[in-house]
Design a protein around this ligand. Structure first.
Ligand code: FE2
Ligand code: FE2
Length: 426
């Protein structure tokens, strides 16, 4: 994996700083020098497009993140405003973040140390795309909410408040086309994306000076309790307490329903597989879901739901077939071990699907909705299960991409086919 180099400007990060500079002045907070001592930009001077190439061509004496400052920048009050709006409009955030109607996480957010580097990172995030900063705030709120239920220490709460906001800053260093085409990534794209926790941790600890616990939580926010995460495939015991909560909060933020949906999606998600999150955090998630009143959201007709179940069953059959065919084409022990691991995880996913009761549907296009209180509830569950299974397959595809990247070309091709099948939209 290519690693972050603080003496080299990263073109994607710089481009994003440039687009921030189109909206508010971004000035040098100190003289910016090349490593060989050439002054590239004087203190107080604004960043301009002509400077882009100069900053990228030279090695720099100090990292760019430490030498550039937005004129206004995102402040703690802006974060508080976004948090307030989210808590008011997202139903699942009520049991997580309201205490007798009081949005208590706001006081933790107000204490977040917004220094020059974090102000730059948050401002660039806010400009980086619709919802980037909102995602960061959402993850922070979920993480704080879960941590409080787990009676986490004030230290863990403080760590989560800042690590949550900055957990994806490493993505600011990834090419925008990789971030925007997440459904259809090549092996190289996956590698570029998978490096973002490492980049984020380096920037946070080395440049923003936020301390090891924050950097560690950011580094580990895509690790999984069962060791299937990235970038290090750490098992739960090796993850920091804040990282365990942040990892679950990050996953939940991708699954939890927005203002218009019920909590069914999240509850199904956690029914399908929980082994990849720490048991204590999963218990906190369950306690939140149990508190939510839940009217099912119906997004398909009963007939569409039946078609969807059959489609999923056919899809699962296809994946098993591709795995079997792949087995015949792999020679090296490393590739065979990887395939064995994939097969085991896919089989576990298939079992989880069967446990929902939907995987057992066989011939004929009939499903009895009698197991549900109403057809609406059954249909909503089908929609949620389908979404969740596809999400899980995408995660599996990501893991394969990372692990297959060290194999020889012909074996990589076999795994590319498997990834193609797993990430097929229909
Ligand atoms: Fe994230
Ligand atoms: Fe991330």
């Amino acid at each position: 994996m290519s690693s972050y180099d603080a003496t080299r400007g990263n073109p994607h990060f710089l481009d994003r700083v440039m687009s921030l500079a189109e909206h508010e002045a971004v000035v040098a907070s100190e003289d910016i020098y090349s490593e060989s001592g050439i002054k590239l930009l004087a203190k107080g001077k604004p960043l301009s497009p002509v400077l882009r190439e100069r900053l990228l061509l030279q090695r720099l004496r100090r990292p760019l993140e430490a030498c550039l400052a937005p004129a206004q920048g995102v402040a703690a009050t802006d974060i508080g405003q976004i948090a307030h709006e989210l808590i008011e409009s997202w139903p699942i955030l009520a049991p997580l973040c309201l205490d007798e109607g009081r949005p208590w996480p706001l006081s933790w957010l107000a204490q977040v140390p917004v220094n020059q580097v974090t102000a730059l990172l948050l401002s660039v995030s806010a400009r980086a795309g619709a919802g980037v900063l909102r995602h960061a705030v959402l993850v922070t709120l979920v993480a704080l909410g879960l941590a409080r239920r787990m009676q986490a220490s004030p230290e863990v709460m403080r760590t989560l408040a800042i690590a949550g906001l900055l957990h994806d800053v490493g993505e600011l260093y990834v090419a925008p086309e990789v971030l925007s085409s997440r459904a259809d990534l090549s092996l190289d794209d996956w590698r570029a994306l998978a490096v973002h926790p490492l980049t984020g941790a380096k920037v946070i600890e080395g440049i923003a000076g936020l301390g090891a616990p924050v950097a560690l939580a950011v580094l580990q926010h895509h690790e999984r309790h069962d060791g299937t995460g990235y970038p290090r495939r750490l098992a739960g015991a090796a993850m920091s307490p804040a990282a365990k909560i942040l990892a679950t909060a990050e996953a939940m933020a991708g699954l939890i329903p927005g203002p218009e949906e019920s909590s069914l999606r999240a509850s199904v998600a956690f029914k399908v597989i929980t082994s990849d999150h720490a048991p204590a955090v999963v218990a906190a998630v369950r306690s939140v879901l149990n508190e939510m009143s839940d009217a099912p959201d119906v997004e398909m007709t009963p007939l569409e739901a039946v078609v969807e179940i059959h489609r999923l069953i056919a899809y699962i059959g296809d994946v098993f077939m591709v795995i079997e065919l792949a087995g015949e084409r792999l020679a090296t022990p490393g590739a065979q071990a990887l395939l064995g691991d994939i097969e085991a995880r896919f089989t576990e996913l298939h079992r989880a699907f069967s446990r929902t009761g939907l995987g057992g549907v066989t011939a004929g296009y009939e499903v009895s909705w009698l197991d549900y209180e109403s057809p609406d509830e059954g249909v909503a569950e089908v929609a949620a299960v389908a979404r969740e299974i596809r999400w899980r397959l995408r995660e599996l595809a990501r893991d394969i991409a990372l692990r297959a990247s060290s194999l020889a070309d012909d074996e990589r091709t076999v795994f590319s086919t498997l990834i193609g099948t797993l990430t097929r939209r229909r």
